[in-house]
Design a protein around this ligand. Sequence first.
Ligand code: AHM
Ligand code: MG
Length: 344
Amino acid sequence: MQVDHSNPITLSRFILQDKDIVQNNDLCILFNSIELACKVISSAVRRAGLTGLYGLDGSTNSTGDDVKKLDILSNEIFINSLRNSTKIEVMVSEENEDPIWVEGVSGCKYGIAFDPLDGSSNIDCNISTGTIFAIYAMKNTGTRRQISDILQPGRQLVAAGYCMYGSSTQMVVTYGKGVHGFTLDPTIGSFILSHKNIRIPANPKTIYSCNEGNFALWDAPTQQFVQECKNAPKPYAARYVGSMVSDVHRTLLYGGIFFYPADKKSKTGKLRMLYEAIPMSFIVEQAGGLSTNGTQRVLDLNPVHDLKANFLTLTITQIHERTGIFLGCNRDVNRILELYAAQK
Ligand code: AHM
Ligand code: MG
C-alpha cells in the first residue's frame, strides 16, 4: 500500500480509530506499552554490535536454551514496559521459568505471554530476530490469581502480534479483525501503517520452510510432503531463516508453508504454545491461512494437559508447553492434513 507521508496512520491512531477497541481502554494502553517495548528492543538490536551486546549471558532459560545478553535485555525491556502499564497482572515469558506476577495490581482483564527476542541464535550474525506476543483474557478477574487463567486454547485469544527486527522494524498485529502491518519510521519514532489487511496471496508462491537437517527424525507424512515439494512439476523453493518471526512473515506475504514438526528427538515439537505457536497461528488464520500440528488445529490445542496416573488425575499446567506446527497457505497445509489423515 502507498503511505501518505502528509497524513501517516500510526499504530496508535489505527487502534484509536476502531470504535470497539477505543472503548477498551486497557487494550489500548497495552498496545501502547508493547509498542514502546518493541521500539526500545529494536534500538538495542540495531546497536548491539557497537554496545557489546553480542554473545552469551552465561545462563540458561526456562527450557534449557543458552541465553544471550540481548535475550536478557529484551526480556527486561518488555517486562518493565508491561509492568508500568498497570493493566497486566501476569506475564509469561520464554525467559522466565515461572509466571511473573505484577505486585500492586489486581483484577486485570488481560494476561500476556511473550517471547521477547525469538530466533536469538541469529543475533550474533546479524540475521533478523523478532518479538512475539499473545494477549489472553483472564478467565478469573477476581482476587484469587491463578496461572490457569492464562492457560487457554488459542481460539480464545484477544490479540496477538510480532515485531520483526529485519531490514526495517515491522510490527504485525491482529485483534481478531484482520492482520495489519506497521513499519517503524526511525526518523519520527512511530510505527506507520504500511500493510493494511494482510491476506496470504490467493496464488501463493511455492515455498517450503523448515529445518530440513531434521529430515531423518521426521515422521512419514512430513517426509512425504517435502519429497512432493521437491518432485513437483515446478519444484518448490526452500527458504529457512531459522527465526520464526521472519519465516512466518515471509509466509504471510508470499504464501507457502512453514513448519517445525514434532520429531523423534523433540517428541512434542520445539516451538512453545503460549508465546510462539498460538499467537502465530492466530495471525495466520486471521490472514486467511491455516495452522495445524498435523492432526489438530493449533488454536484448538489446550495447554493444560490431563495426565492419568494410577487412579489419580493430575493436572499439569505447563506454561512452556510445546507443539509441532505447520502453518501457511491453504493449499500446502491442506496437503499436510491429507497426508496425516491417510496415515491413520
Ligand atoms: P528460540 O525461542 O530459542 O529462539 O527458538 C525458537 C526458534 C524459532 O525462531 C525458529 O523457528 C526455530 O527456533 C529454529 O530452530 P532450529 O535452529 O532448530 O532450526
Ligand atoms: Mg522463541
